[in-house]
Design a protein around this ligand. Structure first.
Ligand SMILES: [Zn+2]
Length: 168
């Protein structure tokens, strides 16, 4: 019976992960900007420092962490079970940690806006964006997240303004 319980828990966990990913996608769409048009572009403007660079980098790194955590969680749970840790508490703590991080980074990315065009700097919610700079096959916002985390610079995918992300 114990084995059945473990299998059920693992199945619940995977189903839960899929549910949370769906909720995250729904929230991203719900919070996304509804307009596609850009009245003005800043594609040729010189790069400017992004205001609140720490918040921007924290959010970008949070997204990266969440992605990584979701990738490793299922193998991690299987490993925990394999070495005899079958506490529902551990599984619950992992789940809560991941949901909490997703909620936090989605909330932050909903309030971080490009100072030039006022659109959300790291959300495109499936909309066409004029100035996407795809990186390694990622979506427009995923590419922005990776550039902020890795290169500390990015171009606003909505208006084309280039930004540096320097913590002073
Ligand atoms: Zn912009």
């Amino acid at each position: 019976m114990a084995d059945l319980e473990i299998v059920l828990k693992a199945a619940l966990y995977v189903a839960g992960g899929a549910l949370f990913a769906s909720i995250a996608a729904f929230l991203a769409a719900a919070f996304g900007d509804s307009r596609v048009d850009v009245a003005r572009t800043f594609a040729d403007a010189p790069a400017e420092p992004f205001p609140r660079p720490r918040l921007l980098r924290f959010t970008a790194l949070g997204f990266r962490f969440t992605y990584f955590a979701m990738m490793v969680t299922v193998p991690l749970v299987l490993l925990l079970v394999a070495i005899g840790i079958r506490s529902g508490l551990v599984l619950a703590a992992l789940t809560i940690a991941i949901i909490g991080t997703i909620a936090l980074v989605l909330g932050l990315s909903a309030i971080i806006r490009c100072p030039k065009c006022t659109k959300r700097a790291i959300m495109n919610a499936g909309l066409h964006v004029a100035f996407a700079e795809p990186l390694e096959g990622l979506s427009p916002w995923g590419s922005v997240v990776k550039r902020i985390a890795r290169e500390r610079r990015f171009r606003c995918m909505h208006c084309g303004q280039r930004f540096t992300v320097q913590e002073v």
